[in-house]
Design a protein around this ligand. Sequence first.
Ligand SMILES: *Cc1c(COP(=O)(O)O)cnc(C)c1O
Length: 394
Amino acid sequence: MGDFEEKIGLELESIRGSGLWRELRCIESVQGSQIYHNGKKLINFSSNDYLGLAGHHTLTEAAKHAIDRFGVGSGASRLVCGSLEVHHELEEALARWLKAEAALVFSSGFAAAQGVISSIVGSEDVVVIDKKVHASTVDAVKLSGAKLRVFKHNDLSSLEKILKWADKRNSRVLTIAESVYSMDGDSPVIEDLVDLKERYGSWLMLDEAHALGCYGESGGGLALKSNLSEKIEIRLGTLGKSIGVAGGFICGSKKLVDLLVNKARSFIFSTAPSPIASAAALAGVKLVQSEEGDARRDKLWKCVSQFQKGVSSQGWPVAPASSVILPLILSEESNAMLAANLLRDCGFYIPAIRYPTVPRNESRLRITLSANHSQDEIAALLKAFSDLIVEVNL
Ligand SMILES: *Cc1c(COP(=O)(O)O)cnc(C)c1O
């Protein structure tokens, strides 16, 4: 095996040495506000299952019916013989929900980003991204070969400077932003973003991974909430967060979806999603728009306000923006690890988020709330935070 093990071993030592070691923790229960790890019950404040659908009986029943009807596997890629009725139903439901002409489902949001970006831009083109967009976007732009330019986080004057420069080139210009940023929970002003991209003739892709389900009427996200969905060429969503299952999708015009079916390599050369996942996601998409969906959103936002009020009254530096994602920045990696370990000892599951997921010295606890949390669970967390604040250096 030559030097393989030795070289990898050295790299692992260096990761460990810089305090950035990552390891998997096995969860022994269904996803919910309480999970089991090493036989111990922990209250979970780390999931992206914001509406608490991952273990919801309506979704699990839909999955069971799908097994009876379609089996467990899709057999091939969509273009070969794997394009099952349930995939088409899911795509129609997504398009209706998000008021788009069409939608296309991928095996993950990551794959959707790869597929769409490399289908619509190439080495002649320019892609302008917010500094904090998700890794899936960054990697996809690199894969496309397009020129990558980065604007300061949520800073539209920084974006405008780049668009002015790009405007003089005779090529496609694509701007990419998120409607809710995954590690900070903040948002751009969608109206201003759309105004800029229209003025400079850029196309816009909006990643709504963390907004769908939580924001806007029927949980349709921030593009719909601001009534600007028709001006946004591409919207990306995932089925693994508020929808509670797994998978990703793109929605937009019929022509965009036709192009993806013909060009997106992560769609064409990949086995179609399991009918179990797609059927459960279809049930999730319907539930999100139902009265129960509204009730779950109300509950979620009540949890957000209870936690935010409590934690800011204790003196923690909390972001002013109200969001289902609440980061508490603890700067140094070791500080964030200490906090996460102390919290786990007293029964809370909140992993520390470190470099390279966030910049160096911006390590944090990323607390996410869910409609499944009870007031008592949040009160217990607030009590733990009031003890924790004396243990960590703010
Ligand atoms: C999670 C996430 C994705 C990827 O979605 P998956 O379905 O988990 O692959 C894309 N963009 C953002 C902003 C995300 O948070």
